[in-house]
Design a protein around this ligand. Structure first.
Ligand SMILES: NC(=O)c1ccc[n+]([C@@H]2O[C@H](COP(=O)([O-])OP(=O)(O)OC[C@H]3O[C@@H](n4cnc5c(N)ncnc54)[C@H](OP(=O)(O)O)[C@@H]3O)[C@@H](O)[C@H]2O)c1
Length: 254
């Protein structure tokens, strides 16, 4: 697919454009919606194969694949009225909007595929969950890392729920840093140290031969500090609270 349109050029739309075009010898033609004019203009200046369209319909008219990347709230107002022929392929990255709902909003017979690209699409390192399976869409997300098609929309929602855990992780790290600063450690030192600790975790996660429990075990001395904190803080109640929050998010996303 060499003509790709993007409606909604925000954080994830920009990451997709960069992943498709940055340093790529023969990038696809990319057609962007005009809203968020500054970002769209900047991308079209940076990459010669990127153009900003007059309006959202113009994006659809130019593209073989149309990626919908507007925010969930207000998405139906943003998309209603678009005319999408059945020869197009529509990829929605809008969280929590089902295929059925989308088909009703768009009123098209075109294939509709949901996807969860990650910001790492920018570096072509996104494992992108897709549903339903569609070879052209999988080929598109393989370019941005790797496509992970799932057979069932309920399974798709489980992955969608997992993506909702990211910022809680950053807040966990920020809480550690703030705690150290309250103990009198200069904030910059606490920040640098916590980042360094968890960059090590990131690297260790790259080793797919070790399970997550094995990796935890690698860092845990029996009766040591890590075991102590894990069992006194990440205890049954805390673990159950997390599972409850995940269940509630899954229900919401379904
Ligand atoms: N960020 C992620 O990591 C991520 C990952 C996977 C999926 N998603 C999904 O991707 C979607 C976008 O997320 P985001 O983080 O990229 O949001 P964002 O940064 O807020 O971007 C949304 C963009 O859509 C534009 N927009 C709003 N109404 C529009 C319209 N009628 N026509 C064309 N463009 C319109 C907005 O312009 P204005 O700023 O002018 O309103 C903004 O540029 C969401 O549905 C989200 O669930 C995000």
């Amino acid at each position: 697919m060499e003509r790709i349109g993007i409606i909604g050029v925000g954080e994830i739309g920009r990451a997709i454009v960069a992943g498709l075009c940055d340093g790529v010898e023969e990038p696809p033609e990319v057609y962007l919606s005009p809203r968020g004019a500054h970002a769209a203009a900047e991308l079209s200046q940076r990459y010669p194969s990127v153009q900003v369209c007059a309006d959202n319909q113009d994006v659809v008219n130019h593209s073989e694949v149309v990626i919908l990347a507007v925010r969930p709230v207000g998405h139906s107002e943003a998309l209603a009225g678009l005319r999408i022929g059945s020869d197009r392929i529509v990829v929605s990255v809008i969280a929590g909007v089902s295929i059925g709902e989308l088909r009703q909003t768009l009123g098209t017979d075109a294939p509709l595929v949901r996807a969860i690209p990650l910001p790492a699409a920018r570096e072509r390192r996104s494992v992108t969950v897709t549903h339903p399976s569609h070879p052209a869409v999988e080929a598109l997300f393989d370019r941005l890392g790797e496509a992970l098609p799932v057979a069932d929309e309920a399974d798709f929602s489980v992955f969608s729920t997992l993506t909702g855990t990211l910022t809680a992780h950053y807040w966990y790290l920020a809480t550690l840093t703030d705690w150290a600063a309250r103990q009198g450690i200069p904030s910059e030192d606490a920040d640098r140290y916590v980042r360094s600790l968890f960059q090590g975790v990131g690297r260790a996660l790259g080793d797919g031969t070790r399970s997550l429990h094995q990796l935890a075990g690698d860092h845990e001395t029996p009766n040591g500090s890590n075991e102590r904190l894990r069992t006194t803080w990440f205890d049954t109640a805390n673990s159950e609270a997390l599972v409850k929050a995940l269940d509630a998010l899954l229900t919401h996303l379904k």
